[in-house]
Design a protein around this ligand. Structure first.
Ligand code: NAG
Length: 323
């Protein structure tokens, strides 16, 4: 996922990586909120409707009614250099404003989290220390009164190396986050590219199949990016047979390699301008979601990004299969 603010860098990175890989991508602190009153089960919904917010919004978040139909909003991004874009916007709000927004959102059943890294950070390649980075970010989540963190790790060159360093970095980062942001009290999701959830000769060290093996129990769910790969463009490609360069990476194929179906959230761009490819109209997506639900999946839907997607978008994308 990339922000407009940093799109040029993203595009350059994507072009470089495309030639190598053909993967084109480019609880609140105790004093600050009342997460303790929310049951462990309630903190991470079992069907998730997640919207990323990276484009500037005055006051950081719109009225909660504008996000009716979602239960998680992810402020993007927390980077190695600190908060940027909407995460920075939130950070800059006065404490009383944060509390008021949180109360408004919690009443509407929407959790507020921060998303880490994004398409322009390359944590492993740039040599960041996984443990220190996790401690810094977990502390930021708490001191800014948020409900958790999403890990949008997109260090493609590290993953493509196949030497296991990317997998170890993500695993160390995840287990360290959980020391400060315990399961049941804080949300911890990841946002991997769909091909990373299936075995591939391009990711010899196992990518997320390996990461799930080592720290899967610590991850609440996966916001899977089913886009930017020239695949997943219709219900068949998305749900049952991805084919192409990454066979086995459609929704119902992924669990065959070990990652549970219940943790898979279908991620899509809001408009064709929000990704290189993989866009589906919300109505078409809704028809696929309805089919998937009928086959026993109920993971949820993620969209990149507000305000290109809104309440009407998610209503269509649910295809009448979810409330
Ligand atoms: C992935 O993690 C889940 C825990 O959420 C676990 O049940 C599953 O067995 C893991 N898959 C593999 C292949 O280890």
């Amino acid at each position: 996922m990339f922000s407009f603010a940093r799109m040029i860098t993203s595009i350059l990175a994507a072009l470089t990586l495309a030639s190598v890989s053909s993967v084109v991508v480019a609880a609140p602190a105790p004093a600050d909120g009342d997460v303790s009153s929310i049951s462990a089960r309630a903190v991470a919904p079992s069907s998730r409707f997640v919207i990323y917010s990276d484009n500037w919004v005055t006051g950081a978040l719109p009225a909660a009614s504008a996000l009716k139909g979602y239960n998680v909003v992810a402020l993007s991004f927390l980077t190695l250099k600190g908060a940027v874009d909407q995460a920075k916007n939130w950070e800059s709000l006065a404490g009383s404003k944060k509390t008021a927004k949180k109360n408004e959102y919690h009443k509407a059943g929407i959790k507020i989290i921060a998303s880490a890294f994004g398409a322009t950070d390359t944590p492993t390649t740039s040599g960041a220390n996984a443990v220190n980075t996790a401690n810094t970010m977990a502390k930021w989540v708490k001191s800014n009164g948020l409900d958790g963190i999403d890990v949008d790790y997109e260090d493609l060159s590290a993953m493509n190396k196949g030497d296991g360093k990317a997998e170890k970095w993500v695993s160390d980062f995840t287990s360290t986050l959980r020391k400060t942001l315990p399961k049941g009290k804080y949300i911890l999701s990841h946002a991997p590219l769909a091909p990373w959830l299936a075995p591939s000769h391009q990711f010899k060290a196992g990518a997320y199949v390996k990461i799930n093996k080592s720290v899967g129990s610590l991850i609440d769910w996966y916001n899977v990016q089913f886009y930017n790969q020239g695949l997943y463009g219709d219900c068949t490609g998305l749900l049952t047979k991805s084919g192409g360069a990454f066979p086995g990476s459609s929704l119902f194929e992924i669990p065959k390699h070990g990652i549970p179906l219940s943790k898979l959230v279908i991620g899509k761009p809001a408009t064709s301008a929000d990704a290189s490819n993989g866009y589906m109209s919300p109505a078409t997506l809704g028809s696929c979601v309805k089919k998937a639900k009928a086959k026993g999946w109920n993971g949820g839907v993620m969209v990149w990004q507000y305000p290109h997607a809104n309440a009407g978008w998610i209503k269509s994308a649910k295809g009448g299969a979810f409330h």
